[in-house]
Design a protein around this ligand. Structure first.
Ligand code: SF4
Ligand code: SF4
Length: 443
């Protein structure tokens, strides 16, 4: 199978065998859910319910906090227990709405099936996406209605669906492509209609040949839609790398995909878009992989948003040994969590449980100037110098070296023989450069 790719990047073990054969199972509605107000990029949502309010499944419980924001809905029927701070899947503590399940499973408004959904106006489609509270479900969490509203001077001619799932361990997108291909394709066509794009691609890596073949079969009579098989390489699922791999178009430094006429959406987001437009279904559940070498029965679960990771692990039979590390998301770009009773969010593609022996405890050594981090960087940066300038507090210098172009993929840290936490230094540097820019604007 002829396959494409991008420059740079790395080849970590994909570790997908734990869960890639596990068909999606429904995780039963839990006794309580915790719905965070910030599950996306942009302003947090604003609660419109209070303690002791009775809510139904699918009912809006928080309004979007601005244009770049999304509303939240209850995935269960029940009672609001409190609005308070809870552990967040990013490892922080943030404001959320806790709801206790009444076990009635009553919908706020029965889902409609609008068979002629494709003939709706573009404005109505965008409204339905906005009201459903959809954000990028591959991890980035950018509000989808905003991404699908590019300015008029940025015409979009192609949509790329991201079925790459290059993070080790995760298999939720893979299973979705195998089990719901028609709905994903319907979502792709809706996105194309919304932004008037003429061509659509679905990028999938070669470790998902079954999904590539299935999607090719489903698209065999479609003139403008194609599957793009991609070689295995991390971080191919990052927007700029995927666009280059699939089309050879380059997003300019500091630019966005829309600058070169492209919009990228995750396959899970395309599925949610389809459900929001056809059934007016709010985003209240998602598929999340529960996996890792110590999980007794790794699974792909369709889970109500706000379910506890701890209960999801119990549903998978628990672990065979003590947990060494819990990661929300994949091991490359995910967040190590201190607490297992953290709820999942709209961007939780997976939770990974690693044993103590898998957890890296080696100590940092001086830089060898070997250049491996430079070869691995998909953004053509010089990670070793960036880390050094940040370590020495030289933030202006780091800015000049385009630190903000770093996509925090962690490839540099992964290949470093001296175990230098390069990406952690770069993250610190980006925050400091942001503070400098803010200060300059205030003057
Ligand atoms: S510098 Fe940034 S973009 Fe380059 S490899 Fe490191 S984390 Fe990835
Ligand atoms: S990979 Fe590590 S040791 Fe090699 S140049 Fe980069 S920072 Fe230095």
């Amino acid at each position: 199978m002829k396959a494409k790719t991008f420059k740079g990047g790395i080849h970590p073990h994909d570790c997908k065998h734990y869960s890639n054969k596990a068909a999606v199972e429904d995780f039963p509605a839990p006794e309580k859910v915790i719905i965070h107000l910030s599950q996306h990029i942009g302003a947090p949502a604003l609660p419109i319910v209070k303690k002791n309010d009775v809510v139904k499944k699918g009912q809006k419980i928080a309004e979007a906090g601005g244009f770049v924001s999304i509303p939240m809905h209850s995935p269960i029927s029940g009672k609001v227990i409190q609005i308070a701070k809870f552990p967040h899947p990013t490892g922080t503590i943030q404001q959320a709405i806790e709801i206790e399940n009444d076990g009635k499973d009553e919908w706020f408004s029965k889902l409609k099936d609008e068979e002629n959904y494709f003939n709706l106006s573009v404005d109505e489609m965008k409204n339905r996406i906005k009201n459903a509270g959809i954000c990028g479900m591959g991890g980035a969490g950018f509000p989808t209605h905003v991404k699908l509203s590019p300015p008029e001077n940025k015409p979009i001619d192609m949509i790329i669906l991201n079925g790459v799932e290059c993070e080790p361990y995760l298999t939720s997108d893979h299973r979705l492509m195998l089990e719901r291909p028609e709905e994903i394709i319907a979502g792709l066509k809706l996105i194309m209609k919304i932004v008037s794009a003429k061509r659509g691609f679905i990028g999938i890596e070669l470790n998902k040949k079954d999904a590539i073949n299935l999607m090719k079969e489903k698209l065999k009579n479609e003139k403008n839609l194609n599957v793009v098989p991609l070689k295995l390489r991390y971080p191919q699922g990052a927007e700029k790398q995927l666009i280059y791999a699939a089309t050879k178009r380059k997003v300019p430094a500091g630019g966005l995909p829309m600058d070169i006429g492209a919009v990228v959406q995750n396959v899970g987001t395309a599925f949610a878009i389809y459900e929001s437009i056809r059934f007016q279904k709010p985003l209240i559940n998602r598929i999340t992989t529960v996996t890792g070498d110590i999980v007794k029965t790794p699974k792909n679960l369709r889970v109500p948003i706000g379910s506890s990771m701890s209960e999801m692990l119990d549903f998978c039979g628990g672990t065979n040994e003590e947990i060494g590390k819990l990661i929300s998301g994949g091991p490359m770009m995910g967040f190590a969590l201190p607490q297992i009773d953290t709820p999942i969010s709209k961007t939780s593609s997976g939770i990974v449980f690693l044993s103590k022996k898998d957890v890296d405890t080696v100590h940092e050594q001086p830089c060898l100037r070997c250049g491996r981090c430079v070869d691995a960087c998909p953004m053509n940066l010089v990670p070793t110098f960036l880390a050094e300038t940040v370590r020495n507090g030289m933030y202006e210098e780091a800015k000049k070296m385009n630190i903000n172009d770093c996509i925090e993929c962690g490839s540099c840290s992964f290949v470093c023989p001296s175990h230098i936490q390069i990406v952690q230094w770069i993250k610190v540097g980006k925050l400091e450069v942001g503070k400098l820019a803010k200060k300059a604007n205030e003057k």
